[in-house]
Design a protein around this ligand. Structure first.
Ligand SMILES: [Zn+2]
Length: 258
């Protein structure tokens, strides 16, 4: 069920039920390589939530469409809350739901840049007696199938969007990546990450200086197929359902941390 569909009297019952898990979809509005829509990072978690919305004792909170997009701000359309604001946004969402009785949360996240802010706010609510699981789907998918490698704004996310909004991927905008190496001994492998003698190190730069399309890390967007996306979204949905059923049995924290 969706929180937004309930009246406050229904919400009072649902949120104070100890069996309830509140799922919070969160993403970002930011550039996603040459063909990924700006909403990629919130649309994918939103779609996972739609697929699991019929599970017992699940309530889906409204999708948070903004996040920490500081690295991406030089691309048109990107909206960046910054990390300090994002900690406050996540903290306020957890705190409000906690006040109404919710204790067990799942954050369905679409954007790696949000992780530090979500984890900070999650620890605060843990110290009050709440519990948060953070699902970063893009890192899970390659464990389900190594043919689904992750990056930013590349084939993995493009394929995922193709599964449910194929109309948003426009082949006429496909570009080849141009990724200049900082030196001949530093091999770029992900946004900001290079390998030196085979080991990863970050050199922090604007993404526009690291890759022309803005998308990098796994396979280029032109490798995405709808078939990949459909199989990955289905596989991930099954994994998420199984995880949530397991998560129900994790003990809530003792409330003596304050
Ligand atoms: Zn993304």
């Amino acid at each position: 069920m969706y929180l937004a569909d309930l009246c406050w009297q229904e919400a009072g019952k649902v949120l104070s039920d100890p069996e309830t898990i509140v799922v919070i979809p969160v993403g970002s509005t930011e550039q996603h390589g040459c063909v990924g829509p700006l909403g990629t990072d919130w649309m994918i978690p939103d779609e996972f939530c739609r697929r699991i919305s019929g599970m017992d004792h699940i309530v889906i909170a409204p999708t948070i469409p903004y996040g920490v997009a500081t690295h991406h701000i030089n691309f048109p359309g990107t909206i960046d809350l910054g990390i300090e604001t994002m900690i406050k946004v996540m903290g306020a969402v957890f705190e409000s739901l906690f006040r109404h009785g919710a204790r067990r949360f799942v954050v369905m996240n679409g954007h790696g840049g949000n992780d530090p802010a979500i984890e900070k706010a999650a620890l605060e609510i843990y110290r009050r007696g709440g519990l948060v699981a953070l699902i970063d789907w893009w890192g899970i998918a390659p464990k389900l199938n190594p043919a689904w490698p992750t990056g930013h704004g590349d084939a993995q996310e493009t394929a995922a969007v193709m599964a449910f909004r194929p109309d948003l991927i426009k082949p006429e905008y496909l570009l080849d990546n141009v990724v200049p190496a900082p030196t001949k001994n530093l091999k770029p492998v992900h946004i900001n990450t290079v390998l030196f003698e085979g080991a990863p190190v970050k050199i922090i730069r604007e993404i526009r200086d690291t890759v022309n399309t803005g998308g990098f890390g796994g396979l280029e967007s032109k490798m995405a197929t709808r078939e990949w996306g459909v199989a990955m979204m289905d596989g991930m949905t099954k994994w998420i359902e199984d995880f949530i059923n397991e998560y129900r049995s994790v003990k809530l924290p003792e409330k003596d941390w304050e």
